[in-house]
Design a protein around this ligand. Structure first.
Ligand code: G6P
Length: 479
């Protein structure tokens, strides 16, 4: 991205993260699906990416630039950035409102008799979330000119669009949510002012994008039933404004993935894994340690499989490769502890070597495992898309079978080729694992071909171009 014209992207996690090596601050590609989705698509676009300073090193870099724009080269990509350090507002904004209240709500993670309780939300919302969104909006408005196209990302920035709109009434704004969305009953488990702030904030955009028609439908229902907005086909009409709510399939970039598996680190990781497997089948899961990923029920399903189908004992290894995530949120820490306990129980019952339970951010090892699985378990309670399911479908060389939650956005394009499961039913998942492990080679091959084709639909550049096209058409209609 380069200065000169008006493409502006804003997200919580930016495309670059800094780390210290031998005393020097080194820029690295940021972690996560968002950079994968937008990084490539925007590489040749002039513009600016606004994001938050997340770690200590990011904050040092933000202090050096004092909120002003700067260029950075992060290996294969370069960006013009505005990196914002929001000080002590970060914790309530990120850990308490974004990753707890909003994330839990749109992934249906609450245990209704206890949570959410409404205790303490006011300072978190008014001191944390709203001002941080306001700050992002200010910077976006500074970077935008009359021709700018503004792409806001995800649930961290729900109220940003409304402030941008107030500053620049003619702005062209698209807000993309990489998460699912839920119906009015579930959304209204949040305090009313939060619900209203979120919906009105998002509806300040010209286009609201999701990864699945189901999330669009839920969002329109919330707008109509909670705000009394009108619905006209795909659009929501509120206060004389039209917002188009549309879904865009996000798939994977096959050539980029093919390039990334060619490295020495991936080859070495693959050899190590082959040695460990020693001819056994590989049942893989690769996820962030997030409650929505349903790791605990997945472990339970594996335990049931070994319990009820003894013929698999000693012939399969379950590799749960888990990326540490959001450990400042108490529920995430408790969940990880519960997963560790379940893993220890399985190892005690069926042998240490039956399960490799690993908490690590190791991209080469993840890629090597995705190339080799016989079965990939992706069983989220609810998931916006789930790119792991799609990356696996493209990288796997063994006609691996995908056991997929019917509540993952990826099911939109992979349903027919995968074995679909109810994420709440561990017994059904155990049966599906058995079916996957015993499937005949012909069935595996047919499904693998279809998985591959489905996963490549909506590659990042295509995904982004479709959004931009709709944004332009919507703005043209408004005049
Ligand atoms: C989801 C969200 C992203 C987020 C990612 C990782 O995919 O949609 O916006 O970046 O999770 O979560 P984290 O809190 O580590 O950024």
């Amino acid at each position: 991205m380069h200065a000169g014209s008006g493409l502006v992207v804003a997200s919580n996690r930016g495309p670059v993260a800094w780390e210290r090596q031998d005393g020097e601050l080194v820029a690295r590609r940021g972690f996560g699906g968002l950079v994968t989705a937008l990084g490539g698509a925007l590489q040749h676009e002039p513009g600016t990416w606004v994001s938050l300073a997340l770690g200590e090193e990011d904050r040092e870099v933000a202090a050096e630039h004092d909120g002003e724009p700067f260029e950075v080269d992060a290996g294969e990509a370069s960006y013009r950035l505005r990196l914002l350090d929001v000080g002590d507002r970060f914790d309530p904004y990120y850990n308490r409102v974004s990753n707890r209240l909003l994330w839990f709500t749109v992934h249906t993670l609450w245990g209704a008799p206890y949570e959410p309780s409404g205790v303490g939300w006011r300072p978190d919302w008014h001191y944390g979330y709203e001002p941080v969104n306001e700050r992002v909006a200010q910077v976006v408005a500074e970077e935008a000119d009359s021709g700018s196209e503004i792409f806001l990302q995800d649930y961290h920035l729900c109220t940003t669009g409304r402030s941008v709109r107030a500053a620049l009434p003619g702005a062209k704004i698209l807000h993309y949510l990489h998460t699912p969305w839920v119906g009015p009953d579930s959304l209204q488990s949040l305090p009313d002012p939060v619900v209203e702030g979120v919906l009105r904030g998002l509806l300040a955009a010209d286009v609201v994008g999701f990864s699945s028609p189901a999330w669009c439908h839920a969002f329109r229902r919330c707008s109509a039933e909670i705000l009394g907005a009108g619905v006209d086909g795909e659009s929501v009409l509120l206060d004389g404004r039209r917002t188009v709510v549309a879904d865009f399939v996000l798939g994977v970039d096959e050539s980029q993935l093919a390039e990334s598996v060619g490295s020495d680190a991936v080859l070495r990781a693959g050899e190590e894994l082959d040695d460990e497997l020693a001819g056994r089948r590989l049942l893989l899961r690769s996820d962030r340690t997030d409650l929505s990923k349903n790791i605990l029920r997945g472990l339970h399903a594996y335990e049931l499989l070994l319990e009820h189908r003894p013929e698999h004992r000693g012939r399969v290894m379950h590799y749960a490769l888990l990326n540490p995530s959001r450990q400042d949120v108490p529920e995430y820490r408790a969940y990880l502890d519960a997963c560790r306990e379940a893993a220890a129980r399985i190892q005690e019952r069926f042998g240490e070597e039956s399960l490799r339970f690993e908490i690590a951010s190791d991209y080469p090892r993840t890629l090597a495992a995705l190339q080799r699985y016989d079965v990939l378990l992706v069983n989220p309670v609810l998931d916006g898309t789930n790119l792991v399911a799609k990356e696996g479908a493209v990288l796997n060389t063994r006609d691996g079978v995908l056991v997929l939650s019917r509540r993952a956005g990826a099911a939109e394009v992979l349903a027919e080729a995968a074995l679909l499961v109810n994420p709440y039913d561990a017994e059904e998942q155990a049966d599906a694992l058995d079916q996957a492990l015993t499937m005949d080679p012909g069935g595996r091959a047919t499904r693998a071909t279809a998985l591959h084709a489905g996963a490549c639909r909506g590659a990042p550049e295509e995904w982004f171009a479709a959004q931009r096209h709709l944004l332009r058409a919507t703005v043209a209609r408004r005049r």
